[in-house]
Ligand binder design. Sequence first.
Ligand code: NAP
Length: 497
Amino acid sequence: MSEPRVFNNLIGGEWVACKRGKTFANRNPAQTDDIIGVFQDSTAEDVADAVAAAQAAYALWRRVPAPRRGAILFRAAQLLVERKELYARDMTREMGKILHETRGDVQEAIDMAFFMAGEGRRLYGQTTPSELPNKFQMSVRMPLGVCGLITPWNFPMAIPSWKLLPALIVGNTVVIKPASDAPLSAFNLVQALIDAGVPPGVVNIVTGSGSQVGEPLLRHPEVKIISFTGSTATGHQIARIGAEHQKHVSLEMGGKNPIIVMEDADLDLAVDGVLWGAFGTTGQRCTAASRLIAHRDVVEPLAERLVARTNQLKVGNGLEAGIDVGPCINQGQLDTVSEYVKIGQEEGARLLCGGQPLRGDAHAGGFFYAPTIFIDVRRDMRIAQEEIFGPVLSIIPVDSFEEAIEVANDVPYGLSSAIYTRDVNRAFVAMQELYTGIVYINAPTIGAEIHLPFGGTKGTGNGHRESGPQALDLFSEWKSVYIDYSGGLQRAQIDNT
Ligand code: NAP
């Protein structure tokens, strides 16, 4: 076997080793003796160099006309199209989801790059009439400066693209710290940007742990914003430190997403949606459906069909043909899933299928867990309230539409929700009453498109949105400009009558 490739940090346009000379291995979760690459185990010193490079590049980049910045992003999108298969394979190897899904992840970055390239010719502000004669006024966007981006492993190219590309088009420069479990996909995205002509220092990437790289980035005085996606526990820590250092902080955190299935639903359609929502990406999506809130009249036929279909799912290495579900990301996540399954059983929920890690020859060397379904789950059980982030679905029976909505909203999170019903009135009431950032009708909780805002309410976020034109707001300051061409002193905001 050849030696794994060593990946250096990108600082000021140079690929450099970290100052202390330590590295860590990026391993395939489906086959842990497969080392994808060796990455820099950096520290605050490397972060400081990267921020200095980003700060120096900012002076030039913010003055590049936005349509020209857009042209570079457009070229990056074209390169990503050319490299899509290669990058999807790298991604499956480093974090396990099946090729079908990793192609979709790269595609999100492509879509985002084309979309933000177009924003280079918009970046709309506002013009509005003045309350005074011969006066013009408008609002324009300003970049913030150096942006610190901290990203998770489950969408290792899409999520970096949701942050990097809007930041760049507005004229910011960035330092990105990708997840240590899947850094290669962020490298691939950055490589496409560099090859497309992003100037040195505009994009910097520094790998290493959350505490050694993430925190110093967060605390650095020249970093104006931390845009974070990850777990709620880390997000809360970031919010506290960010407040002390007066940073802009955007947080995208956990979810506990429900699919409601009413008694009038098309059950075949619902079964397809629940399977995909619960077990796609091995349940490791922030939008994964981990609760199935089913009307009591259809619980039994629904559960029966779901179990039959779940037992047919093929769990294995996502690079192999015919595999439906990949591994958990690491041993820690596998242990968390096992622990929650134990908790569910102790709480009195009934296991319908799955419920154990998969071992044996077909699964040796990987973090595989059997897709698991619980029934007779009460809304207040821990498995119905806490994010598990694995292939575990809890079926909660309800007696009415009103109860379904109440149960759906009764969790600390508010990312995504879905309802299956043929009743258009109920569908509209659900759209109105479900308190989540994303709502699906007759479709599962996963499948957001990049040109609408993405994010959640309550414990999922802190009020910001990624994707869509709204992503630009995260990475902009607004400036209101007043131009008085009357030739005299005109006073606004006082009583002129
Ligand atoms: P995580 O453990 O919180 O890690 C996320 C990122 O934060 C990683 O880059 C991590 O670095 C870094 N980090 C860890 N501790 C840090 C600290 N003290 N200071 C600064 N950075 C720190 O989350 P994860 O396990 O990668 O991702 C899974 C979670 O993300 C789930 O809860 C999921 O719901 C959530 N998620 C949310 C969304 C959304 O849009 N709402 C989307 C995707 C995922 P290391 O990798 O080096 O530890």
